[in-house]
Design a protein. Sequence first.
Length: 219
Amino acid sequence: MATQSRSTPTTPELLAYIQRYFSAEDEFLAAVRQEALEAGFPEIWIAPEQGAFLQVLLRAMGARFVLEIGTLAGYSAIMMARALPEDGHLITVERDPERAAFARRAIERARLQQKITVECADARQWLRSFHPPVPLDFVFLDADKPSYGFYLEHCLPLLRIGGILCADNALAWGEIASESNDPDVQALQDFNRRMATHPQLQCCLVPLGDGMLLGLRRW
């Protein structure tokens, strides 16, 4: 039975407060973001407060092996890799060669090339032959929305019990509860339903940025 509960709307003032005190962006990452904008990249990377959330989560669960689908400029990959232990590793998959090359340069400047591998490939094809040496601790989805269901199907078996699959844009730019004809919004609506009702997952939606949907693998 649904019940009403009080929640605080995120006003511009509250968002500025959150980003002032709870951000994972430093001067280096701000520069990477600006360079990506100047290179003509779309401004679709995660928000700084989302990065802080991911870092706390990865450290709390002791994550060592992370997979990211959708690299863009390497912004979120660098944030997450900073939260991994010395023996940790992150693989990020990007299908666009220009973006993959940009991310590799940023990762080298961040001195994280030993912790991050950038795979330039179509993730749908790449996942069909990906066999990680150990089960994944964490999967982060931030790529083409119609493929989220495919990524769930192929990543969940690779995730350890107690591991987490996290998907960005779970609020679909504020349209997730609407009767939208946008195929990306519809794809996210379908994906959210699949996650919420998946028998192997316990899920929650965190309303940071454009929403982050987390599913913990139970068995």
